[in-house]
Design a protein around this ligand. Structure first.
Ligand SMILES: Cc1cc2nc3c(=O)[nH]c(=O)nc-3n(C[C@H](O)[C@H](O)[C@H](O)COP(=O)(O)OP(=O)(O)OC[C@H]3O[C@@H](n4cnc5c(N)ncnc54)[C@H](O)[C@@H]3O)c2cc1C
Length: 645
């Protein structure tokens, strides 16, 4: 039941949140166009893609004003990007369509999937096959980059950037030579982030923990988490005395909870016990303390402490860079290696890598030459799919079938059928790289061997909401002395001021009076279920939740966390973009839920085998949710198909 007066307080009826900016020109498109939020606050009417909203205004992808990153509302796996794929999965697609119309196009390579892996595959292919090669990429979204997309906001005169998905280049020193070489070719010098990333800006600001009334009986924001001594921090928390004592104890007593075991025996034991069980069964922490810890691993694994092993938690070291997992200090589990700082962040995250790849593939599409000028360069989407161009990127196109033309052994080409604008079309190429999701591949290529299809179905991608909220200023964070908040019981369990990076002409809003982008993370899991089932339930939740419901949750949460310190959601929220990653991180193997397997016996390895002229890239093929994995898999897949040039 929607509470009208509460909605008004929260600003649910405010028009400014649905104001869109096309090419920097303010254009109030009204509530119904961007996110189908109806003005009475009722949650009715379907969500619609920003692309459809633009089309209704006569702005097509060929129009220079067409700028998907500037669209607010529901992004990521946006409406219009997944429906065909779901029909295919449910066996309903081919019932209602005839034969595809052959466009007559013939390529050397077709890549399905325009994420970093697909773009890198095109890059590697051209590098080896020569500039005369012709390559087509198809992707079902209205933007390129896959997870690596960019969010743009206009607040007053200021353009703010953020990463719609893929956040940072993590530990670039550990990238493979192949991935390092690609970064070099794109002129990315990671050393420059040491200057671009302002590590001092938040140094006086700490971590807050928001205890919500539904979980902890009272709404209260407590600051100083991880910086104040634990007993002092917990003294402010609305937790029973026994729970406070237990949390403080397990953080401070430095006890060996597995006495008598060797280090390797401890590792083996911790690999098979959840962190939740470690706390309650080995550390004797009261079960009522678990809600406080529940979402510690959510940012990396998309589930809580019930579904991740204690060993993995120990190996992660710290969470959000501020506080460690409790209980390991006295266990003599070995030294953790030192990691590179988490600073390798373009203002739009790794969308800059995707954009640099697009610029190298289609130089006319994005102006400039450097890793600095890519940040503010405007992409011209009308140039992505030009007839006759050696490389074409066809967006809003869902591949539905990939098969050899003729018998597998003797085929000279592959046919790819896809749906674009409701039309079923086909194109041909000498070979194909599938840089899409593993779980999609068996539907695209039903003739794959059964064992391979089973392996491709194995991993479930991790669902997330990566929400960005543009706010008028960030004075309230300065006042509270925090730059991020963990909120273990709330809808979004983590809230943070954006990464302080200034690069090229982009200057980070480093004055608290400046507008700012807040990052909010939700991992929609279902604690208690097996890990993959938690992801499935979460994905279903994301696909069935209307934008207006999420918007109300965002406003309510920010009001309850920050309202007492002066934040007013109706006044201070300028725009909201919810990046829905129903198919998010690649599935990663983890000791609690996965048996130990030799590397070559892993489902991702069995699943990625070459099938005639079809090869498989993408991060799922590595079982690792990282940019370098996407690049490495692209390189391998291209090596496989190069013999068909
Ligand atoms: C929210 C989020 C944050 C992340 N943060 C980081 C980070 O900070 N650092 C890091 O290293 N990694 C991060 N990752 C992981 C990283 O983004 C991925 O490993 C990498 O970008 C995946 O690239 P990809 O090309 O393999 O897949 P994707 O980016 O998923 O691209 C695959 C593309 O194929 C498309 N596709 C699927 N089926 C079809 C079809 N039938 N027809 C046409 N197109 C299709 C998909 O829609 C998608 O656009 C993050 C991932 C997510 C989801």
């Amino acid at each position: 039941m929607v509470d009208e007066s509460r909605d008004r307080e929260l600003g649910m009826h405010s028009r400014i949140t649905r104001r869109d900016f096309l090419n920097g020109v303010g254009l109030a498109v009204g509530a119904s166009l961007v996110a189908a939020v109806d003005m009475t606050g009722q949650d009715k009417g379907p969500d619609r893609s920003a692309r459809d909203a633009l089309l209704e205004q006569g702005i097509t992808p060929q129009d220079p004003r067409y700028a998907p990153p500037a669209q607010t509302g529901l992004r990521g796996n946006h409406p219009g990007s997944f429906e065909i794929a779901h029909q295919l999965r449910d066996g309903e697609f081919w019932e209602s369509v005839g034969r595809p119309e052959n466009t007559g196009e013939n390529y050397d390579l077709i890549v399905v999937g325009g994420g970093i892996s697909g773009l890198a595959a095109a890059h590697f292919y051209l590098r080896h096959a020569g500039a005369r090669a012709r390559v087509l990429l198809v992707d079902n979204h209205d933007d390129f980059g896959g997870h690596a997309v960019r969010n743009e906001f206009q607040v007053g005169k200021r353009m703010l950037l953020s990463n719609g998905g893929t956040q940072s280049i993590e530990s670039p020193g550990e990238y493979s030579n192949v991935a390092k070489e690609l970064l070099r070719e794109l002129r990315i010098e990671t050393q420059r982030f040491y200057k671009a990333y302002d590590r001092k800006l938040y140094s006086s600001l700490g971590t807050g923990c928001f205890f919500d009334r539904e979980t902890f009986g009272e709404d209260r924001l407590v600051t100083g988490m991880g910086s104040k001594p634990w007993p002092e921090f917990l003294a402010q928390a609305p937790l029973p005395e026994t729970v406070r004592r237990d949390i403080a104890r397990v953080y401070t007593e430095k006890k060996d909870y597995l006495p008598g075991l060797s280090r390797s025996e401890k590792h083996a034991r911790l690999a098979k016990i959840s962190y939740a069980d470690f706390l309650t069964k080995l550390c004797n922490v009261h079960p009522d303390a678990l809600p406080f810890f529940q979402t510690y691993p959510a940012d990396l694994f998309g589930v809580g402490i019930d579904a991740i092993s204690a060993l993995t938690c120990y190996a992660e070291g710290d969470d959000y860079g501020s506080f460690t997992y409790a209980g390991f200090d006295g266990m003599n589990l070995g030294e953790l290696g030192t990691e590179e700082p988490y600073i390798f962040h373009f203002p739009d995250g790794n969308a800059s890598i995707a954009r640099l790849l697009v610029r190298s593939l289609i130089p006319d599409s994005i102006p400039g030459h450097t890793m600095e000028d890519i940040v503010t360069a405007r992409a011209d989407y009308s140039r992505l799919d030009l007839p006759g161009a050696p490389v074409r990127i066809r967006l809003n196109s869902t591949a539905v079938r990939v098969r050899h033309v003729g018998a597998l052994e003797s085929a000279k080409s592959v046919e790819v059928a896809y749906v674009r604008d409701g039309k079923l079309q086909s194109v041909e190429a000498k070979s194909c790289v599938l840089a899409c999701y593993n779980s999609m591949i068996p539907y695209l290529c039903p003739e794959l061997p059964e064992t391979q299809k089973e392996a491709l179905h194995f991993g479930v991608k991790v669902p997330y909401l990566y929400t960005h909220v543009a706010i008028q200023n960030w004075r309230v964070f300065q006042k509270l002395g925090i730059h991020h908040i963990v909120a273990p019981g709330s809808y979004h369990t983590y809230v943070a001021l954006d990464f302080p990076v200034s690069l090229g002409e982009y200057k980070f809003p480093s004055n608290p009076d400046d507008p700012m982008v807040l990052f909010m993370l939700r991992s929609p899991c279902q604690p208690g279920l097996p890990r993959c089932d938690q992801y499935r339930v979460g994905r279903a939740e994301l696909y069935s939740t209307h934008f207006s419901v999420i918007e109300r949750k965002i406003r309510d949460q920010l009001d309850r966390m920050l309202g007492p310190a002066g934040f007013d959601p109706a006044r201070d929220i300028a725009a909201i973009t919810v990046n829905r990653w129903a198919h998010g991180y690649a599935y990663e193997y983890e000791s609690l839920s996965d048996p130990h397997r030799q590397k070559n016996e892993r489902p991702c390895v069995i699943g990625r085998q070459q099938f005639g002229r079809i090869s498989i890239a993408n991060s799922d093929a590595a079982g690792r949710a990282y940019t370098d994995a996407a690049i490495d898999e692209a390189h391998r897949a291209v090596q496989e198909v190069l013999r068909f040039t």
